[in-house]
Design a protein around this ligand. Structure first.
Ligand code: ADP
Ligand code: MG
Length: 702
């Protein structure tokens, strides 16, 4: 089996790259922490994958009379006179000349002794720094480097500039980087030779060297052959690892289901609506997968409210008819309960037994539920992560539906399908993912899209407000409440601090209580499940009319009467998240509004992002735009989203490379499924280089 081959030990030539950074010059235990913070790791490789974003060119060496202002230059001058600071707070001035002009070298708070030693009067020194023109006088404030004429070459270089973190200087980083580059091994080529030649790409070793030694502006562009090659390596490793997992999964025999549609019809008969064409198409695609003897691995993408649940139910009936069990898993307790509510009438109509298992079920109750799952008495199992746990045995799991999967990691997602051999997997996501990102997260997974909303949905009016205008929104809500409106009020997202989220929400709750009294409720992540349910239920039935929330309501919750969504500090949310939140309203008959409150002083990009939200409701458009605006590879919120992040590739610039990597992967595996050929072996090294071996090992063990 291919993944067993992969679990061979790491090729020894990679060892130096996996050593700890503390083996590098200038990196001790203390700044190792800073490096870790900066690069997300403590291996030499982590530094090597940290790209420079700019460089300082000190090769420019004009004479003083021609030295242009605001440019970095290296000049050679004779020191004439040192004028000490007249009083504290004023600088020391050193007068110097090169016979074409004069320059003042300025030092603030520098010791006289040090200056005299660095710049002895009467001698010639080479200085590098920024040339400034101040009141007609050429100046250089605090030169970056000072040397004697003999040492000139030590200065006239190009210094790459790296993104830094507080406490770490570019100098320290550069020193470590130089050390890291010294450990670079030469590796056998894993790229297709013809493709590499056609693109004029360097080999890996040279590419890494060049990455850290840029010489001209073009070297920093994502389209430079060096950066393209390295990006391609990373994308190829990503695609190859996904394809190997997929291959392995496909090899586990799936089951060919009969798909009679009898149970399904019983459900459809009681629905108060007709399926949309998009729903029908998706169901047909799923049926085709399930009739085939291969394991199904399909992604169902559809905006919030596009009607994924009924599609899942139809797929699940296929296996129940065949005498197997079906499971559907949601990322939160609330959502699992909501699925239970949706499914109950359907499954009752179809005469199918079901049970719900979440973290809330404890003790005897839990044991009883587990027994029903293990015996097969429960035909449909609805649950949360709890369903992943090893203690849970299915009698015969035919299909696993994973809802809102972006909350789950790739490995978690696949663990469930390994519970039972040949289990079909349907992954559902309400986060519209740009096409390129879909590829990185799912590789060759089959995709169905619900790109049509059920009829009768009204557009949502989205309005942008500076946060100072919050009172006018409160007034607007007050007016709306008299006509039966119901509002969500979402409080700012404070990164990685549930506690601060909560404080903000509580503060807002207190303010709104003054306006709305007992009509306001509060829900947050720290509440016990039962408390949350009580609040949600009160909101659903209208006892509470304004619900202040942290982002716990983010996913899936369905209260059709809710028609106002207020989001504070909207600029702090990812677009996908804003889109999800907004999707909570606009589900009922009443006209819906979404108010996005923002802080003043937004950047241009932040403004544009909010404008996208105002101008469209199409999740796929929003997702593409989000990727475009985030740019520079800085993919906000991906850590929570379960999408992979890249160090060398920038999907806004390298989307096409991803396509090629995907095609390349197909070709590679069609010829050499176990990666045994010369190129295959090199590709294994590539997988190790990007630590994809971990993913594959874990999956193999799963
Ligand atoms: P999501 O894709 O967000 O999971 P749901 O499956 O929860 O969406 O569906 C949202 C709402 O739309 C539910 O109340 C569901 O009953 C309803 N719905 C689903 N399909 C249709 C349809 N074809 N026509 C009308 N309403 C539908
Ligand atoms: Mg849903």
């Amino acid at each position: 089996m291919c993944y067993i081959e992969i679990t061979m030990p790491r090729p020894f030539e990679l060892d130096p790259l996996f050593r700890n950074i503390t083996t590098l010059p200038g990196v001790g235990p203390k700044n190792a922490k800073l490096f870790d913070k900066l690069t997300g790791g403590s291996k030499i490789l982590d530094i090597l994958f940290h790209k420079p974003v700019d460089f300082i060119d000190r090769r420019f060496s004009p004479v003083l009379k021609d030295a242009p202002k605001d440019q970095i230059a290296t000049i050679e001058v004779r020191i004439e006179r040192i004028s000490p600071a007249a009083r504290r707070g004023l600088p020391t001035r050193v007068k110097a000349t090169d016979n074409t002009g004069n320059i003042d070298i300025i030092f603030f708070n520098a010791s006289k002794v040090w200056i005299e030693k660095q710049l002895p009067v009467g001698e010639v020194r080479v200085l590098s720094g920024k040339i400034e023109h101040y009141q007609g006088q050429i100046q250089m404030v605090h030169p970056d480097a000072i040397a004697t004429s003999e040492d000139r070459t030590s200065i006239e270089t190009i210094e790459p500039v790296y993104p830094l973190t507080a406490g770490l200087t570019n100098k320290t980083l550069r020193k470590a980087q130089k050390g890291a580059l010294g450990t670079l091994p030469a590796l056998s080529e894993w790229l297709d030779d013809a493709y590499k030649v056609k693109n004029k790409w360097p080999n890996w070793h040279d590419a890494m060297q060049h990455l850290h030694n840029p010489e001209e502006g073009e070297d920093l562009l994502p389209t430079h052959p060096t950066r393209m090659r390295l990006a391609y390596d990373e994308l190829l490793a990503n695609q190859l690892s996904l394809a190997l997992v997929r291959l392995h999964q496909r090899k586990q025999n799936g089951r060919a289901w009969q798909v009679t549609g009898i149970l399904r019809q019983k459900i459809l008969n009681i629905l108060p609506f007709d399926l949309t064409d998009a729903q029908k198409n998706s169901i047909a695609e799923i049926d085709d997968d399930m009739k085939a003897p291969l394991k199904m691995l399909r992604l169902l993408q559809g905006d919030v409210g596009s009607g994924k649940t009924i599609v899942a139910a139809c797929a699940m009936m296929n296996v129940i008819e065949g005498g197997a069990q079906a499971a559907i898993m949601a990322p939160t307790e609330i959502l699992a309960r909501q699925h239970e509510e949706s499914f109950a009438p359907w499954l009752d109509a179809a005469g199918v037994s079901y049970i719900t298992l979440t973290g809330r079920n404890k003790g005897k109750e839990r044991t009883a539920i587990l027994e029903q799952i293990a015996s097969g008495e429960a035909q449909v199992v609805i649950g949360t992560h709890a369903l992943f746990q090893d203690t849970i045995e299915f009698n015969n799991l035919g299909i696993a539906v994973i809802d809102e999967q972006h909350r789950f990691g790739v490995h978690q997602r696949l663990a469930l399908s390994q519970k039972s051999k040949g289990t079909d997997v349907l992954v559902m996501t309400a986060t519209p993912i740009p096409r390129t990102l879909t590829l990185t997260a799912y590789g060759d997974m089959e995709v169905s899209r619900l790109d049509e909303k059920p009829p009768g949905r009204q557009p949502i009016d989205t309005l942008l407000f500076p946060k100072e205008k919050v009172e006018s929104i409160i007034d607007a809500i007050k007016r709306q409440l008299t006509t039966g409106a119901r509002a969500y009020w979402v409080c700012p997202l404070v990164e990685e601090s549930e506690k601060l989220d909560l404080e903000a929400a509580e503060a807002r709750y207190d303010v709104l209580k003054d306006y709305f009294g007992s009509d306001v409720g509060l829900i947050h992540g720290r509440m016990k499940p039962l408390e949350k349910d009580t609040v949600m239920a009160a909101f659903a039935c209208g006892d509470i009319k304004v619900l202040v929330a942290t982002t716990v309501i983010e996913v899936g919750v369905n209260v059709p009467e809710a028609n106002i969504m207020v989001i504070e500090q909207a600029e702090r949310f990812g677009l996908a998240q804003l889109h999800q939140l907004r999707g909570r309203v606009g589900r009922g008959a009443a006209k819906s509004f979404c108010f996005l409150l923002y802080a003043t002083g937004l950047s241009q990009t932040a403004k544009e992002r909010l404008i996208v939200m105002r101008d469209t409701e199409d999740g796929f458009v929003i997702a593409e735009k989000d990727l475009e605006l985030r740019g520079g590879g800085e993919i906000l919120g991906t850590r929570q989203s379960g999408l992979p992040t890249f160090k060398l590739a920038d999907l806004t610039a390298h989307g096409e490379l991803l396509q090629t990597a995907r095609d390349d992967t197909k070709l590679i595996l069609s010829k050499d499924e176990t990666l045994e050929t010369e190129r295959g072996k090199a590709l294994k090294t590539l997988l190790y280089l990007f630590e994809q071996d971990q993913a594959i090992k874990r999956l193999g063990a799963g």
